[in-house]
Design a binder for this molecule. Structure first.
Ligand code: GLV
Ligand code: MN
Ligand code: MN
Length: 421
């Protein structure tokens, strides 16, 4: 695999990355789903997501780039190569956000990809392979659980049918939201699933503090820790708050609290490497004078070592079934991503290109999951990180500087050009 472009091509590409354009596009995209404090709430397959998709297409079309989507709504922008039969080099990320998300998580990888395509246009470099920018459907998994649906379906790890009955908090079916999005998006045509990809690189803000604390501008990401998600549903019985003796209640919230207290003990990690999060708790009927009939909570569990992760996960069902009575507990695993190791040649190319462009850089792993983790089992893959202020992410205050975003796009453009030649 050839990974390093010619020096001349690298420098010309860097000159055609337009920092102001890239920055202003982040601000434009942040209007779709904007919330106070500079935040973004752009849920997968929402009207805001559809508007972001259409805006991306409006920036791509004037260059004659091809625009397609597949059955799960992954959106692809293609710059054609000299060899029409060659499999593409792919870059991209996601456009959906957390409910209290920022302006950079996900969208940066998509916009940096488009910027790289425009730099290739500007520099007049024709690659042999096509280069695709992808916006994966539902990476976050905050509206429809789990995340990474788009990349899992593209790579054949999952099928659209697996998510057909998945509903959001308002009871809207994933399949209905998907159909609406597919219909509303102005594409040239449909792209088949599981089409081969020759290599994949995803650019992203780090979402942690390492680059900032070490004074580096580029991170060459060598892997992603393992990640599991569970949905726990406690079923009790609604009853009158004023008349029902405690002993006769099947209180789902109290039962969930007992489960959480037991889980908290088991998930304690003296080394603070295990990431254990209960970020979602929904109770029904959620009324001050009614005993909760149901309590549904999530567990997000991550660790770089698969054995540790497995050992912790195996205990979840038993703990909940022991703590839940007199209510019933149903434990379902909704996501399982083993730790990822990225392709060493691409990681090394990112380091080399960053150094050649004069950017201080380091190798680091990712604590967050990404579609690149799914792609890594499908084709040679890696990621480029840029710093984000204070390591803050999944928060409205998320911030990355225009020049760091442009630096990442320059490294990306050179990598893509090297891989596609
Ligand atoms: C993705 O956003 C994650 O939760 O790591
Ligand atoms: Mn992301
Ligand atoms: Mn995210």
């Amino acid at each position: 695999m050839r990974t390093i472009p010619q020096k001349d091509a690298r420098n010309r590409l860097a000159a055609f990355i337009n920092e102001d354009r890239l920055w202003s596009r982040h601000l434009k995209m942040a209007e779709f789903g904007s919330i106070p404090k500079n935040g973004v709430n752009r849920q997968a397959l929402s009207n805001a997501d559809i508007a972001a998709r259409e805006t991306l297409i409006s920036w791509a079309k004037p260059h004659g780039f091809g625009v397609t989507q597949d059955k799960i709504g992954n959106l692809f922008i293609r710059r054609f190569g000299k060899d029409a039969k060659a499999s593409p080099v792919m870059t991209g990320s996601h456009m959906d956000s957390q409910p209290c998300g920022g302006r950079f998580d996900g969208i940066y990888g998509v916009l940096a990809g488009l910027e790289a395509l425009e730099a290739l246009e500007g520099a007049g470099i024709r690659t042999s392979r096509p280069i695709d920018v992808v916006a994966w459907t539902n990476e976050e998994g905050s509206r429809f659980d789990p995340g990474c649906m788009g990349s899992m379906v593209y790579t054949g790890v999952a099928e659209v049918a697996d998510f057909e009955s998945t509903k959001d908090a308002e009871g809207i079916l994933f399949s209905d939201a998907l159909a609406k999005t597919l219909k509303a998006t102005s594409v040239d045509g449909e792209r088949p699933l599981t089409e081969p990809v020759s290599a994949y690189i995803e650019t992203h803000i780090e979402q942690g503090p390492i680059l900032e604390n070490t004074g580096n501008i580029i991170g060459a990401v060598n892997g992603i820790q393992g990640s599991r998600r569970f949905s726990i549903e406690i079923t009790g019985e609604s009853a009158h708050a004023g008349t029902t003796p405690i002993a006769l209640r099947r209180d789902a919230l109290q039962s969930a609290l007992r489960c959480l207290t037991s889980l908290n003990k088991v998930m304690k990690d003296p080394d603070d490497i295990l990431r254990y999060t209960v970020g979602k708790l929904v109770i029904t009927p959620n009324s001050p004078n009614a005993v909760a009939s149901s309590a549904k909570f999530s567990i997000d569990l991550r660790h770089p070592n698969e054995n540790v992760l497995q050992e912790k996960c195996e205990q979840i069902s038993e703990i909940c079934n022991k703590a839940a009575p007199p209510c019933d507990a149903k434990v379902s695993q909704t996501f399982d991503k083993k730790p990822t190791t990225f392709t060493p040649e691409i990681v090394a190319a990112i380091e080399q290109i960053a150094s050649d462009l004069g950017y201080p850089n380091t190798i680091l792993p990712s604590g967050a999951f990404h579609d690149a983790g799914i792609m890594a089992s499908y084709c040679p893959s890696a990621m480029i990180f840029v710093p984000c202020a204070g390591g803050i992410s999944h928060n409205e205050a998320e911030y990355a500087s225009a020049s760091d975003l442009a630096a990442g796009a320059k490294v990306l453009a050179a990598c893509l050009s090297g891989l596609a030649e």
